[in-house]
Design a protein around this ligand. Sequence first.
Ligand SMILES: Nc1ncnc2c1ncn2[C@@H]1O[C@H](COP(=O)(O)OP(=O)(O)OP(=O)(O)O)[C@@H](O)[C@H]1O
Length: 269
Amino acid sequence: MENMQATFNKGRAVQAAIPIKMTSRDVTVHYGQKQALNGITLDIPERQVTALIGPSGCGKSTYLRCLNRMNDTIDSAKVGGEIRLDGEDVYDSAIDVVELRARVGMVFQKPNPFPKSIYDNVAYGPKIHGLARNKDELDEIVHISLRKAGLYKEVHDRLDEPGTGLSGGQQQRLCIARAIAVSPEVILMDEPCSALDPIATATVEELIDELRENFTIVIVTHSMQQAARVSQLTAMFHLGDLAEVGPTEKMFSNPDDKRTQDYITGRFG
Ligand SMILES: Nc1ncnc2c1ncn2[C@@H]1O[C@H](COP(=O)(O)OP(=O)(O)OP(=O)(O)O)[C@@H](O)[C@H]1O
């Protein structure tokens, strides 16, 4: 018990000292007449994993998509409030959305490699963003990205083969390599393991833990165990509200809000 308390106190101290990468202030989202987010105020700490949890339909994915303006692609979606990345207003009309999505990358629920080779899947982003001056530089980016995604060893001798020929877990790591290749600062993950078996899930979870050395990560997950394993901060959503946010250890051992308590003990959701 003493150890747990010490760890928790340490966690809190670390939390306080960590710089904030993204801020959200009173963020609302409407889909047509229907309000999906009721005013979310949340700080995303730098180089930490923030888990978004909560029952189905509570707005986790909607909030995640606000962070890199993916909701812009949904005609009926209207976003209000303010989101900043390193202090810069993400919704400012002067922001180049393509550049923003390179800085704030995304990995989706279902692995979605392009119908291209493993190499081209990873090289695509750096090519369109002009990140490599020649083939050697492009090769280097592809190799480094595959290494960081923990996939290089498995695919280095078949980079010309189609990405869609890999296993589900490998495809998801390929999508993570593709996201990493454009040197993002933040990586958004929307239930990245929900289509994977337990072994592939464990590999991706280990990877997420390693990635936070270099990237700020926000992950939507339905798995309480996953949130507890991979995240340092947990935000609990409920019916479009942010019910509670806090250090993951505290959220899972001693939450303040009854909705969090009920959710993590399986009383709803
Ligand atoms: N494209 C859309 N058009 C209209 N309504 C939407 C759209 N996307 C989400 N919604 C609605 O917004 C609310 C929040 O949905 P969202 O997908 O963000 O929740 P979630 O917490 O991620 O759910 P889940 O855990 O089931 O994925 C829900 O009522 C949903 O029906």
